[in-house]
Design a protein around this ligand. Structure first.
Ligand code: MSP
Length: 517
């Protein structure tokens, strides 16, 4: 059995989760469930990033100690995972002992090897981003970009990690491992970034300025820079699990690729003598009218509202269907409703209802065996074969949106097949030929439905479980086999009905104007 270790970024515990956070969980869960289906031994980690300035400031604003603040916020993130049906195996908090121990051990090791040194530093510092800035970070007019918030000039002694001396190594590593970062165009951006010389990385913050962090093991007057601490979560969570680290894949947003994940992280690992992850998947942003959804801009949607209204699976479906991994997407309620109504309610939900209704009406609730194969049946089966053959490579290549789109096309064709065959007419005929055809139609659509259910179960795990239950079907252990057309439902006793995607309540309308008489 192949190991597959997958992680999300750990979210800052400085406020409630929003749609961007929810998406990353759903995407990673989709990958994790897909790999499990493929037979891998998956370990799926997510968690929260609890140290640093942002958390300290938010706790202070609320008037409670940072630990208590983190306890509350991390519960909110855990609740989100449950609501979204995320199948994570572990949840890490950077305030946990298991994590702090590893961070301190790695720091000590790097310090002993001379990879960390102390120096005086004078320069510009962004509190919002918790990083020192360079001249090249300025806008052409000399001001600092909005994302850095307030920028102040400071002079202080700090500890530095020798990033610069690994630049050439990283450049060579990326040249040799073309597919380290997905999508590949993001790897090119990292390579561009590495054309400029790197500076060593300041990995400490004086305790007077920031208390809320992990003390440096070799100097108690300082705490660890939050990124150096946070990145190590991926490793600290699995040090006690042999073989897991070697198969690590990180899912993150494009904003934290360069430099943290694509530059600091590989170099930290290399310097510490730890093997590198297998890959990094950098997704794009959910936007609202052209700007990134985020807590600080106040345009973030609460994912829990949508889940409460439409259910976790419809929400998961929309996120995965709409977003091409790597690119940005706008989130609008209108677009959500379009997909919900046309793809889920009308297409998917409709096939479920027709299958159940017709099996009940024409066959006493039992799926008959197919008896004939004419052109219509053959072309539907051929379409499935094509859909199936492309499905696994699409999912392996993180093209889940295309895979779902093809599954939808197949559903549309199955519904169209029903229209063409008009089983309601066949049901009125007493001719043996028509009866055989009717049984064939019932068998064909039930099998088509079973196949789509098998295909999309990593995106809609609870809906597909419900459908299998009403179809009286228990999938076999080997998922790939479930994707083969095999009349597996012959003889199954199906339930009468299942409401899956109820019509949302219409938006409140202004009262109609009263006609003047
Ligand atoms: N704490 C750091 C990550 C440390 S990982 C060792 C952090 N936290 S965050 O809460 O700001 O973001 C967490 C993840 O959510 C990131 O991968 C980020 O890209 C993602 N998203 C935040 N807003 C987003 C959107 N609007 N759209 C999609 N994902 C975005 O960064």
């Amino acid at each position: 059995m192949k190991s597959f270790y997958i992680t999300t970024a750990i979210d800052y515990a400085n406020g409630s989760p929003h749609l961007g956070h929810a998406y990353e969980k759903v995407l990673t869960d989709t990958i994790a469930r897909f790999r499990r289906q493929m037979g891998d031994r998956v370990h799926f980690l997510t968690g929260v990033d609890e140290h640093g300035q942002k958390v300290q400031a938010s706790a202070k604003k609320k008037g409670i100690p940072p630990q208590q603040f983190c306890d509350e916020v991390s519960e909110e993130f855990r609740a989100l995972l449950r609501k979204l049906n995320i199948s994570n195996d572990d949840f890490i908090r950077t305030t946990e002992k298991r994590h702090k121990q590893v961070v301190r051990a790695v720091l000590q090791q790097l310090f002993d090897k001379g990879e960390i040194y102390k120096a005086e530093y004078t320069g510009f510092y962004s509190t919002r981003q918790e990083q020192f800035l360079q001249e090249k970070d300025r806008l052409p007019d000399g001001t600092w970009p909005e994302l850095f918030g307030e920028v102040t000039e400071i002079a202080e002694s700090n500890y530095f990690f020798r990033l610069k001396q690994y630049q050439e190594w990283l450049v060579n590593f990326l040249a040799k491992n073309e597919n380290f970062i997905f999508p590949q165009y993001r790897q090119k951006q990292v390579q561009e970034f590495l054309k400029e010389p790197l500076n060593d990385l300041c990995i400490s913050r004086p305790r007077e300025r920031l208390e809320w962090g992990i003390s440096l093991p070799f100097d108690d007057g300082y705490v660890t820079y939050v990124w150096f601490d946070a990145l190590l979560n991926y490793y600290s969570a699995v040090v006690d699990r042999p073989g897991v680290w070697a198969e690590a894949h990180h899912v993150i947003g494009k904003d934290i690729l360069v430099p943290p994940h694509a530059v600091y992280w590989p170099i930290m690992l290399k310097a510490a003598g730890i093997s590198l992850p297998k890959g990094i998947i950098a997704h794009g942003w959910w936007m609202t009218r052209g700007s990134k959804m985020s807590k600080s801009t106040g345009n973030a949607l609460n994912p829990l509202d949508l889940v409460a209204e439409f259910g976790a699976d419809a929400f998961r479906y929309f996120l995965i269907r709409e977003m091409n991994v790597g690119q940005d997407s706008d989130f609008t309620r209108e677009q959500f409703l379009v997909r919900y109504n046309s793809e889920l309610a009308n297409n998917f939900g409709n096939l479920v209802n027709r299958t159940l209704n017709m099996a009940t009406r024409f066959s006493a609730g039992v799926v008959p065996a197919a008896e004939v194969e004419e052109e219509l049946e053959k072309s539907l089966r051929d379409l499935w074969t094509k859909t199936r053959d492309e499905f696994i490579p699409q999912c392996e290549g993180y093209q889940f949106h295309t895979a779902l789109e093809r599954a939808m096309v197949f559903l549309t064709e199955t519904n169209a097949y029903i229209e063409k065959r008009a089983p309601w007419k066949l049901g009125k005929s007493t001719e043996a030929k028509d009866q055989a055809l009717l049984r064939t139609v019932l068998a064909t659509i039930a099998e088509a439905l079973r196949l789509v259910v098998a295909a999309v179960q990593h995106v809609m795990p609870s809906t597909t479980e419900k459908i299998n239950a009403v179809l009286g079907y228990t999938p076999g252990a080997v998922w790939r086999d479930e994707l083969n057309w095999g009349d597996k439902l012959t003889g199954a006793k199906v339930a009468g009905a299942l409401v899956l995607f109820p019509r949302p309540a219409p938006p409140e309308k202004a009262p109609a104007p009263v006609a003047k008489g």
